[in-house]
Design a protein around this ligand. Sequence first.
Ligand code: ZN
Length: 132
Amino acid sequence: MLKRLDHIGIVVENIQQACQAYAGLGMKVSHMLDLPTKSVTVAFLPMGDMELELLQPNATGSNIADFLKENGEGLHHICFEVTDLDATLQSVREAGLILIDEVPRQGATGRIAFINSESTNGVLIELMEKTR
Ligand code: ZN
């Protein structure tokens, strides 16, 4: 059911500085956007058929801001593309893993749902079924 690694989400304090750092690895930003509803700026840096997703919080009190405060910069989540999100969520539930999103919601490139990191050894996992 898991198709491939789609992206790795990394929380950063300063997205411009972070983009420069990854440019040092030869990675270029394909697009950058503000998500006002989440108070976050996101930059995507493609590599092969996956990408890095840099996340910079823009306001205190948002999920990403809280994460940065508690954990500092670094790995936030990994995202797997799935063929059928509803079927995947069903088997995830049956396996006893705890979902953050019981019902899929709309993400930037498809329907998404997160699994609680307490169920997956401290790694927040995003599942995504592409709709475009
Ligand atoms: Zn993501």
